[in-house]
Design a protein around this ligand. Structure first.
Ligand code: NDP
Length: 323
């Protein structure tokens, strides 16, 4: 196994990771960033991004990620293909026992600071038609893509707070929103349930499963089934939103980091500090509320600034030990 030591290791390559890399590189922290299994993250499976400030005409998600990568390379960030498969966080970083990460099971990196930006993955129903029409009317983010369905009829599957919030968001844009709930009740908070139950253009279909997303090039309908009566019907919609939860990509850290009950990394309020000194978390891996490219980028910036301050303190401490 090859090995090396770095000042700052960034794990993950969405807007959070690349923004952290830009700031860390400009602060002379010589960051090394591993892109993970989906270089660029969730935005690489989005078409148009219309709500990121600074792009007056919108931008394609993959293009935006390429731009962010290019920008971070311009300042010297070392961006690499590779998946961090294992970590060992030290109790006493800075005392000769740095944090450790293994890449692709073949390369060992020790690091004075680590920024985690591994993101979260949207859960999908698992229908082949859902995958085929992904980005062509199928979306897992109403705030990102709802605008493209202005004045149209759409369906959203899910019954938690996210689905309720997104149904409410879509109801402000679309003519009609069908909400597909698999059981005879919702999981969302009572307040959110009331909000969508009273919206005039949201129709909630309980005991309903999605059998197929219909359409050749783009979504043209959804085949649903009432699981009590067995009755099937086609909903004439042009958009199909999936809001059945996200899984934060934090499995390899759970032995060391405090996570919430859904697996999101807990950070100190107002910072990106985790419970392990020298380890910082940003982006969707620690945010199950906002989950936007712009908020991920914002916390990526925070993580680099937090890591920079941490490294300065670490250097001062080791100088004191030497003198
Ligand atoms: P949840 O796990 O809370 O809800 C997922 C929903 O999707 C459930 O209703 C579940 O149904 C449904 N579902 C799961 N799989 C399928 C499937 N295969 N077919 C149909 N439906 C399915 O995820 P959320 O993203 O909604 O929320 C995650 C966490 O974030 C929660 O704690 C939530 O409270 C919180 N949150 C808070 C917000 C706020 O406070 N403003 C906003 C958004 C989220 P079932 O109920 O039958 O299991």
């Amino acid at each position: 196994m090859t090995s090396e030591h770095v000042k700052c290791l960034i794990i993950g390559s969405g807007p959070a990771g690349y923004t952290a890399a830009i700031y860390a590189a400009r602060a002379n922290m010589h960051p090394v960033l591993y892109q993970g299994g989906q270089p660029g993250g969730q935005l690489t499976i989005t078409n148009e991004v219309d709500n990121f400030p600074g792009y007056p005409d919108g931008v394609q998600g993959p293009q935006m990620m390429q731009d962010l990568e290019k920008q971070s390379r311009r300042f010297g960030a070392d961006i690499r293909y590779g998946i961090v498969t294992k970590v060992e966080f030290s109790d006493q970083p800075g005392h000769g026992t740095p944090h450790r990460a293994i890449v692709d099971d073949t390369h060992e990196i020790t690091a004075d600071s680590i920024i985690i930006s591994t993101g979260a993955s949207a859960k999908w129903l698992g229908l082949p038609s859902e995958m085929r029409l992904n980005g062509r009317g199928v979306s897992a983010c109403a705030v990102c893509d709802g605008f493209f369905f202005k004045g149209q009829d759409v369906a959203i599957v899910g019954a938690g707070d996210t689905a309720a919030e997104e149904a409410s968001y879509l109801a402000n844009l679309c003519r009609k929103v069908y909400m597909l709930v698999r059981r005879d009740e919702m999981r969302a908070s009572k307040f959110m349930q009331k909000r969508i139950q009273t919206a005039p253009n949201i129709e909630i279909l309980y005991n309903t499963s999605t059998e197929e997303v219909l359409g050749d090039e783009d979504v043209s309908g959804v085949l649903v089934k009432n699981t009590v009566t067995g009755e099937e019907r086609v909903l004439d919609v042009t958009g199909f939103f999936v809001a059945i939860g996200h899984t934060p990509n934090t499995g390899i850290f759970k032995e060391y980091l405090e996570l919430d009950e859904n697996g999101y990394i807990l950070t100190e309020k107002g910072s990106t500090r985790t419970n392990v000194p020298g380890v910082f978390a940003c982006g969707d891996a620690q945010d199950n509320v906002y989950r936007q490219a712009i908020t991920a980028a914002g916390t990526g910036c925070m993580a680099a600034l937090d890591a920079e301050r941490y490294l300065v303190t670490l250097e001062m401490q080791s100088e004191e030990i030497v003198h």
